[in-house]
Write a protein of this length. Structure first.
Length: 269
């Protein structure tokens, strides 16, 4: 979800021609972590059959150095980090940030001169306190909370994460009963940061993270918000549920990828 919210912000703000993007492969290398598109010999049979429809957006190497792994970009600066997303300055050839929350704020505040005239302001000053207040519980309880439940190593930790996650989801459901978006009638940074997790819930997290109390489809206000967010310009251009599914399911168990819960999974709302 961290790369997802950066890619979505870039599209929503109309910055595709200003900030280029080298898309990583959705499955990590077993030794070198995040990788660009592997050679065909390393792909699974169904990935080869899907071809460019699945892999067309995935870069074969980074466009600055020709590296195959993000660890190589970090190593160039003497860092042992391997995480993504990564905002990189092509002119100075240095890493700017690898914190998604900072990157999307930078995009909104520092790149306004490069945006089209109709680009939204995702962090208006008048709503800044409310947005920060939402971040204080949405990030730990929902965005990161899904991982606390799904990757728990004890039953106790799983149940703690599970109840924390759904307590916060129910709080979102209540908040949205009388407003279109989280802070009112306009999309803000708070909506952008919530979206990747809610977008993944029915198709991925319900099963993969064992977050199976209910689906977003069962929540009228949150499902309506999800539909409205999907229709907002740029949101779906910066979203890829198939890559998310393959990233989560393709590196666990027997590598079977669920065929339901695709991009149109919420079309009945």
């Amino acid at each position: 979800p961290w790369c997802h919210r950066v890619m979505m912000t870039r599209a929503v703000l109309g910055l595709e021609s200003v900030i280029s993007a080298d898309i990583m492969f959705y499955r990590r290398h077993p030794e070198n972590s995040w990788q660009f598109r592997p050679d065909d010999a390393e792909l699974q049979e169904d990935e080869l059959e899907a071809g460019e429809a699945l892999l067309g957006s995935v870069a074969r190497a980074d466009s600055v150095h020709g590296y195959k792994f993000t660890m190589q970009v970090y190593e160039k600066e003497g860092s042992k980090e391997r995480s993504v997303p990564l905002l990189y300055d092509k002119k100075t050839k240095t890493i700017v940030s690898n914190e998604s929350a900072d990157i999307i704020r930078m995009m909104n505040n520092a790149f306004r001169a490069f945006m089209p005239p109709n680009a939204p302001d995702l962090y208006p000053e008048a709503l800044s306190n409310e947005i920060e207040g939402l971040h204080e519980w949405i990030y730990p309880c929902i965005n990161n909370g899904a991982y606390k439940a799904g990757f728990a190593n004890t039953q106790e930790n799983y149940e703690s994460g599970y109840h924390m996650y759904f307590g916060a989801v129910e709080r979102v459901e209540d908040l949205l009963k009388d407003r279109r978006f989280l802070t009112g009638d306009k999309v803000t940074e708070a909506d952008v940061r919530l979206f990747p997790t809610i977008f993944r819930h029915d198709g991925v997290y319900y099963n993969r993270m064992r977050l199976n109390k209910y689906m977003i489809a069962d929540l009228p206000n949150t499902s309506r918000w999800l539909r409205d967010m999907k229709e907002f310009p740029g949101v779906m251009e910066g979203s890829n549920l198939e890559h998310a599914k393959r990233g989560y399911f393709g590196r666990t168990g027997n590598n079977l990828i669920p065929i339901g819960g695709g991009l149109n999974a919420v079309s009945w709302y």
